[in-house]
Design a protein around this ligand. Structure first.
Ligand SMILES: [Zn+2]
Length: 413
């Protein structure tokens, strides 16, 4: 009777695992010490073993030592498959260990368990959280993530990319930067390289095969000599488009510098009109609250430098609406003259920088691209950065970003 039951249990698990002959479940045990489930699988000696190299049916040389693979839990019990995998004796390739159908080579987890880990990592707020839930170490989870990214990179399709973006991102503490290359056509991160120098950007662009690089038509990027140099060398045929986000950021920085300087001047003569008003000038006026609108009205009457700088920034918004380069250029000339007329050093500096990069600004009119893709990933990248406890190397950041933002096929097959 007991034997009959055992046979049923084995066959039940064989079906659950979808194991094909001659693989067979020869034992299922509920371990007393930790209430875990161990499923013993065997390849009987009487069956020939295909050589891992050439597939030829060979005799069994021997069985390797016992190995365990973590599998999906059974009724909330940690479950492992254990097996002594047979080794083939190929006349051509010698002794080779057979690949098991339930796991990738070298993995200590089954394919199903890896899939679960990957899905959980995509959902969890942090790697440590996923690790805790699965009762794995941070390193084990990281290994699954790294293998998933490696698989995904090997499988991804890089054809038909014509528009890419180069962007810098800060990582870790202090001034630690990385270069992010994104595919603007398919909204995904293609590569992440440490530092933000010309060599880093060239290395990032090198993620694309030479034939694909030759097809790149547009690179969206900041007015950053290192990135512009990299684009000129790697994709000389491409139009450079200066990124709207960065242009706006430079203008915002100028407004903020003027505000700070003026606030200091006013405060020294006990005029605190600009106290607590930093964000009033940085915010989009469309999102001003009633109180902010009133405040701005009052400040405007005072003929302040910061409201002039603000006006220059606001006036530039129209630039993005032009659909003709000639009209956009004419607008820019008028804007530039006006910007300089206020004689505010931070504003003049940005205006001159924009003038020096007018070609790349005008290219926006034709191509209308921005690095919005990378901006869209900022919250994910922020999450990755905030749980960066285990990121001792930049490579780990790279893997995590490609995992979450690379649109890769991550699952083992
Ligand atoms: Zn062989």
């Amino acid at each position: 009777m007991q034997q009959e039951t055992d046979r049923h249990v084995r066959s039940f698990f064989q079906n659950l695992l979808e194991l094909k002959e001659p693989w067979r479940v020869v034992g299922v045990e509920l371990k007393e010490e930790d209430r875990s489930v161990e499923i013993e699988v065997e390849w009987p000696d009487s069956y020939k073993v295909p050589c891992a190299e050439c597939g030829r049916a060979c005799g069994v040389y021997d069985h390797a030592g016992v190995r365990w693979w973590r599998h999906l839990d059974t009724m909330n019990r940690t479950t492992r498959i254990c097996c002594r995998v047979p080794r083939s004796n190929c006349p051509e390739h010698g002794v080779k260990t057979l690949e098991v159908p339930w796991a990738s080579a070298r993995s200590r987890f089954t394919v199903e368990f890896e899939k679960q880990t990957i899905d959980l990592l995509l959902l969890a707020r942090s790697q440590s959280q996923a690790a805790r839930y699965l009762e794995l170490s941070w390193h084990q989870v990281h290994d699954v993530q790294a293998a998933a990214v490696e698989r995904g990179l090997g499988r991804r399709d890089l054809d038909d990319i014509e528009r890419v973006g180069l962007d810098e991102k800060s990582f870790g503490r202090g001034h630690h930067y990385g270069t992010v290359l994104s595919d603007l056509d398919n909204s995904r991160v293609l590569e992440v390289v440490e530092h933000r120098e010309q060599a880093s950007a060239q290395k990032a662009l090198g993620a694309l095969p030479a034939a694909q690089l030759a097809k790149i038509k547009v690179v969206a990027l900041d007015m950053w000599p290192a990135f512009m140099g990299a684009a000129a060398v790697t994709v000389p045929q491409a139009d450079l488009v200066h990124d709207r986000f960065h242009v706006v950021k430079h203008l915002n920085d100028a407004v903020d510098t003027v505000r700070k300087q003026e606030h200091a001047e006013l405060s020294s003569s006990s005029q605190d009109w600009l106290t607590g008003r930093k964000y009033l000038f940085l915010k989009n006026p469309d999102s001003w609250k009633e109180e902010e609108k009133q405040c701005f009205k009052e400040l405007r009457k005072k003929d302040l430098k910061v409201t002039k700088a603000w006006g220059v920034r606001e006036a530039f918004q129209s630039f993005w609406l032009f659909t003709s380069k000639t009209a956009a250029r004419a607008f820019f000339r008028r804007w530039l003259k006006d910007a300089r007329a206020h004689d505010l050093t931070p504003v003049t500096k940005v205006a001159t920088m924009l003038e020096n990069h007018l070609g790349g600004l005008l290219n926006y009119v034709t191509h209308r691209v921005t690095n919005a893709v990378t901006e869209g990933f900022n919250s994910k990248i922020q999450m990755i950065k905030s749980c960066a406890r285990g990121f001792r190397t930049f490579e780990n950041y790279r893997i995590a970003i490609l995992f979450h933002c690379g649109k890769l096929e991550l699952h083992p097959l």
